[in-house]
Design a protein around this ligand. Structure first.
Ligand SMILES: [Zn+2]
Ligand SMILES: [Zn+2]
Length: 406
């Protein structure tokens, strides 16, 4: 995320923040002259003496003196550690000790914003009251960037899929909802900013050096071979965790509150891909964000994988059954999940569904390409009969969906 943020800061945001909240401007003067804010700042930096909290650059300088952020943070951590070990447990220094412990997980050279990494320092690099390293600024920028990127990616990929891949015969399916596609788009567009806001803490931890993301490919970091290995590792790790998260989301009490909105779509269009309750979407995306805190992952590859999973999510909702592979959890498998609820919870592979005995082989009829309306109607009728039986068990007798055909 630091690569993306630095590009955005360099080209757009440095100038925007400099104009909105200039250093030495009215707000800056107010803060400098406000005894209350100064008191709060000094209290906060006393308990949590690191850049991650202070953010505001004059205060950062006060905390770090003339040394680098890295040196200052590690000396603070060391001295507090020493203080704690050499004296009895003292309630007064406990918060600072715990904070220092947390900071010991931080890679000091990976803290974002103190110096430019990929691009030069532009004209407005340090012209704003809110420095690049300010937590509030980071949170705000990330919220804006990832929301816009999320909307753009969702709309572009789903639209391309709708135009070039999607099988529109599904519009005539007896369980296609009235105005379904617009309902899906509305649900996804309103969910994305909330999902992004919930994910923001992970991005902030990354920007402050707590993840195992890295950039340099060399012998110490395992070279290209290790970068390539990260692709199957990431897919297998996230596939496993999403399976269990998804099964938990089908637990009746949780299903009713969080997951039912995504199962409103019995048959899907590509726009159903991100149409979730935001907390549901966030829970299912957690494995992607947890991975780089547990395992080393190349920063550019992470961006690529993040884009890929969004593509994949659209693809498994597009109703175009290209793959009948027994290992890949493709569109046909996910269609089975939307139709029959209790099967195929996986995301990328059928591995965990097979282990968890929830795998259901997609109907052979999914893969017949010729249009035979009569045959299709017969099959849809059979699907509806089976589906209604399971839906009754999962959701109860009342169905509040409004179908286009009714
Ligand atoms: Zn589900
Ligand atoms: Zn789905």
């Amino acid at each position: 995320m630091d690569i993306v943020l630095e590009v955005c800061d360099y080209y757009i945001l440095d100038k925007l923040y400099a104009k909105a909240l200039p250093r030495g401007g009215a707000v800056d003067q107010f803060i400098q002259n406000s005894p209350v804010i100064q008191q709060v700042s000094s209290k906060v930096s006393q308990f949590f003496p690191t850049s991650a909290v202070s953010g505001y650059e004059p205060l950062d300088n006060a905390v770090f003196g003339n040394g680098t952020a890295a040196a200052a943070a590690s000396s603070v951590a060391n001295s507090l550690n020493y203080q704690f070990n050499s004296t009895s447990i003292n309630a007064a220094n406990l918060p600072a000790f715990l904070w220092a412990k947390i900071m010991s997980f931080q890679s000091k050279s990976d803290i974002y914003g103190y110096k430019p990494s990929f691009l030069p320092a532009g004209e407005y690099f340090s012209s704003s009251l809110l420095a690049r390293s300010n937590l509030f600024r980071e949170a705000l920028s990330i919220l804006a960037i990832t929301t816009l990127f999320g909307w753009l990616l969702y709309l572009t990929v789903a639209y391309l899929s709708y135009v070039f891949v999607f099988d529109r015969r599904i519009f005539n399916h007896p369980r296609y909802l009235k105005n379904q596609m617009w309902l899906e788009i509305h649900r996804a567009m309103t969910a994305i900013p909330v999902m992004v806001a919930l994910t923001n803490p992970f991005f902030l931890l990354e920007l402050n050096g707590f993840s195992r993301l890295y950039f340099d490919i060399n012998e110490c970091t395992g070279g290209w071979k290790f970068v390539l290995m990260q692709i199957p590792m990431f897919i297998l790790f996230t596939d496993c965790l999403i399976y269990f998260a998804h099964r938990w989301l089908h637990w009746p009490a949780v299903y009713k509150v969080l997951h039912k909105p995504h199962h409103k779509w019995i048959v899907c269009t590509p726009f159903a891909s991100h149409a979730f309750h935001p907390v549901d979407g966030w829970i299912q995306s957690l494995p992607y964000h947890i991975y780089p805190f547990l395992f080393p992952l190349h920063k550019v590859l992470y961006l690529g994988l993040f884009t890929f999973v969004n593509f994949w999510t659209v693809m498994i909702h597009d109703g175009n059954y290209m793959s009948n592979d027994p290992v890949v959890n493709g569109t046909a498998c996910h269609t089975v999940h939307h139709l029959y609820f209790n099967y195929n919870y996986g995301q990328f592979t059928t591995l965990w569904d097979r282990i968890g005995r929830s795998y259901r082989r997609p109907d052979d009829s999914f893969f017949i390409k010729e249009t035979d309306e009569e045959r299709e109607k017969r099959e849809w009728k059979q699907q509806v009969t089976q589906m209604e039986e399971i839906r009754n068990e999962v959701e109860g007798k009342v169905d509040d969906r409004e179908y286009a055909s009714s």
